[in-house]
Design a protein around this ligand. Structure first.
Ligand code: NAD
Length: 259
């Protein structure tokens, strides 16, 4: 008789931001399926309750945290709260993000600031708090930042988003080189175009739908679980030698031009 394989993340504690829906919820579900205990962070408390219900309900292993990560003081406190509630912190996924859409010449400073705060400064603060918890536990850990193909290929009218994601890539590498020798790996996953509640209608009916498909060598946009699979892999011991890398989960969008 063969034994069922041991879940790769059994006994670990994972913090996932922007976990109420879309890619973040899929990541939380993927980590949970591998045995991790999961803290779901999001600003939308009703959706967060639904997300927790979809993972079997609130318990010692699944807890919601209604937090506005754009409030940097609140963001900075999240790792300690999670570590105190769960007893440790081993995995962090910085996934929450926003996209302001404004032409460059009219880009409002407050939108620029809000985008940089949520997409770059909050991940910095959360990773910093997590690193301190991981170093003091002596267990090490894994941090994964959800970046974007926009870190490499600028999207029009999204200068703050593009810049924030490029910054997040370099933050990822900075953490990797500084902490790799102390048992903490840091990597990124860069989604291409992925269908999530916020853009599903636009993808299916918007004027750029055909161009998006034509620009993706695999012939369609992705689903949240396509990104989650890469994130979960990076958190497992199988990825122990992978540090400071960005995996593009984009169907080949950034590999070249298909036309
Ligand atoms: N969907 C795509 O095509 C795509 C492509 C490239 C990168 N990404 C990146 O993937 C990540 C997830 O994207 P998604 O499409 O699932 O987005 P989404 O908008 O569907 O989900 C983002 C989640 O973050 C939460 N959130 C937003 N502001 C918050 C705040 N201030 N505090 C706490 N939580 C907050 C939202 O409530 C939401 O649940 C983002 O970082 C995004 O930039 C997405």
């Amino acid at each position: 008789m063969t034994m069922a394989p041991h879940p790769a993340l059994e006994g670990t504690v994972a913090l996932v931001t922007g976990a109420a829906q879309g890619i973040g919820l899929s990541i939380a579900a993927g980590l949970r399926a591998q045995g991790a205990r999961v803290a779901l962070i999001d600003i939308q408390d009703e959706l967060l309750a639904d997300a927790v219900a979809s993972l079997g309900g609130e318990s010692q292993d699944v807890r919601p945290y209604a937090v506005d990560l754009g409030d940097l003081k609140q963001a900075a406190g999240v790792p300690d709260r999670v570590a105190a509630d769960f007893g440790s912190l081993d995995i962090v996924v910085n996934n929450a993000g926003r996209r302001g859409v404004h032409s460059f010449e009219d880009y409002p400073l407050d939108d620029w600031q809000r985008t940089l705060d949520l997409n770059l400064t909050a991940p910095f603060l959360i990773a910093q708090g997590a690193v301190r918890a991981m170093l003091s536990s002596g267990r090490g850990g894994s941090i994964v930042n959800v970046t974007s193909v926009a870190a490499d290929l600028a999207f029009k009218n999204r200068s703050a988003y593009n810049a924030s994601k490029a910054g997040l890539v370099m933050l990822t590498k900075s953490i990797a080189v500084e902490l790799g020798g102390r048992g903490i790996r840091c990597n990124g996953v860069a989604p291409g175009i992925v269908e999530t509640p916020i853009n599903a209608e636009y993808l299916r009916t918007g004027p750029e739908s055909a161009a998006i498909i034509a620009g993706t060598p695999t012939g369609s946009w992705g689903q949240p679980e396509d990104v989650a699979a890469a994130v979960v892999f990076l958190c497992t011991p199988a990825a122990r030698f992978i540090n400071g890398t960005i995996i593009n989960a984009d169907g080949g969008w950034t590999a070249g031009k298909g036309y």
